[in-house]
Design a binder for this molecule. Structure first.
Ligand code: HEC
Ligand code: HEC
Length: 379
């Protein structure tokens, strides 16, 4: 099902894996449409703009939103170019999990939880921008350097710290964006065909619009970012006495348990991640619930297995007693997760008291952060 991965074995003629799962989730009701055929056509169309796995290129007529020299270094087989410049950086470090196409279907993917990310949806979790907006370069850079603790995603700090490979992280940040843009355009091509009935052969003018739209969203990412939150002085100075500490915990707890924030609904009364609400992430809903498939019923979802679907796994709310924060454990990062939510997952942004809207003030948000951080079991 996963295809053969030919890393470093002789001349490579590897191709992007067409997004058959997306096509299949849209053709369930129409027996006369072959999802593989539509996905292949969409992949061919996408190749016209973004090139192939070994020879990526930037769509002509568009301002360059990623540095193509970085993309070229990350793409292709592992090795060196004539001028000794490294290439194949993504294949060297990332494909075992994320797959050559960035579809999250690398050879070990099915063994991991959460699954490695499928970049083709263009959705990212740990960022400074609000839901619906792209991560900034700094956000992706942070993820690569720090990794995602509590998941299989490793830290690549060693690259940045080495003299020889110092450039790799910057290059990978560009390549992740490139794969995400390419994957989103491919998905949109599939939808154009299946939902608007436009044959892919004649879709050029609409696809040009879609292309500018997808790429343009990345372009506007940084300006939407939340300005770096600074914890108030009382937060960073150790509580002068036990009484003060308990006071903050008590306040944070009351926000956590309030109906306004609904944290308890998912994270449970004690913050162990055992609330009543159980749900899937958007990558899973995409080919299950949205396609009319019940992810809880193996007979239903297994129908999609031949197209590359992995077993649906619930998106688990964090258990705060473990003290593991996937987006980083500094107060600033936790503040961002609570204020912005975690895109692609059930975790919503908190209601903030702004323009007379009911919600938490910044002071109350920091109390909440303080509480969540202090739930870690310290034995
Ligand atoms: C051993 C497996 C593994 C390897 C190797 C790996 N990743 Fe990941 N990566 C993951 C997993 C698992 C996730 C999903 C974590 C989650 O959803 O919380 C992930 C998520 C990501 C994300 C999404 C972050 C976000 O904010 O949503 C990016 C970007 C990423 N990886 C880039 C890379 C790059 C680039 C490489 C190679 C330099 C790489 N990864 C190597 C397992 C891996
Ligand atoms: C509808 C369900 C839901 C609600 C409501 C909810 N969360 Fe979450 N929360 C989640 C899920 C699911 C995750 C794990 C997401 C992931 O990493 O894939 C999560 C993760 C987190 C994290 C971990 C961030 C990290 O970096 O690991 C924090 C902190 C958090 N939630 C705090 C809160 C707080 C505080 C509230 C109330 C204001 C809240 N959540 C409300 C579902 C929810």
């Amino acid at each position: 099902m996963l295809g053969v991965l030919l890393v470093g074995c002789g001349p490579s003629e590897l191709e992007y894996r067409p997004n058959v799962l997306h096509a299949a989730s849209l053709t369930r009701e129409s027996a006369d449409r072959d999802p593989a055929e539509i996905a292949e056509q969409a992949a061919a169309l996408t190749e016209n703009w973004f090139g192939s796995l070994d020879q990526p290129r930037w769509p002509s007529g568009l301002a360059e939103e990623v540095r193509m020299e970085s993309v070229l270094r990350c793409a292709g087989p592992v090795g060196r170019l004539a001028d000794k410049v490294e290439r194949g950086v993504f294949r060297k470090h990332c494909v075992t999990c994320h797959g050559l196409s960035g579809d999250g279907l690398g050879p070990v993917s099915m063994l991991l939880e959460p699954y490695p990310r499928d970049f083709r949806r263009g959705t990212f979790k740990f960022k400074s921008s609000p839901v619906g907006k792209k991560p900034s370069r700094e956000d992706l850079h942070r993820t690569l350097v720090e990794g995602i603790p509590g998941t299989a995603m490793p830290s690549f700090r060693a690259l940045e710290e080495s003299e020889e490979f110092a450039q790799d992280i910057e290059d990978l940040v560009e390549y992740v964006q490139f794969l995400a843009m390419r994957g989103e355009v491919e998905r949109r091509a599939i939808r154009l065909n299946l939902q608007e009935g436009i044959p892919l052969k004649t879709s050029e003018p609409r696809m040009q619009e879609i292309l500018s739209e997808v790429v343009g969203k990345w372009n506007s990412a940084p300006s939407d970012a939340l300005s770096e939150p600074e914890p108030p002085a009382w937060f960073t100075t150790a509580p002068s006495d036990e009484y003060r500490h308990l006071e903050w915990i008590q306040k944070g707890k009351s926000h956590f348990e309030s109906e306004l924030t609904a944290c308890v609904k998912c994270h449970g009364k004690t913050g162990s991640g055992d609330g009543a609400s159980q749900d899937y992430d958007e990558w899973t809903k995409d080919w299950t619930i949205l396609a009319g498939i019940d992810p809880k019923h193996p007979t239903e979802w297994k129908e999609m297995k031949p197209y590359g679907a992995l077993r649906p796994v619930l998106s688990k709310p964090r258990n705060f007693h473990w003290g593991s924060f996937h987006g980083g454990k500094s107060p600033k990062e936790i503040f961002k997760r609570i204020v912005l939510g975690i895109e692609g997952t059930p975790m919503p942004p908190v209601a903030r008291a702004e323009n007379s809207n009911p919600g938490l003030t910044d002071q109350e948000l920091w109390e909440l952060v303080y509480y969540v951080m202090h739930l870690e079991d310290r034995t």
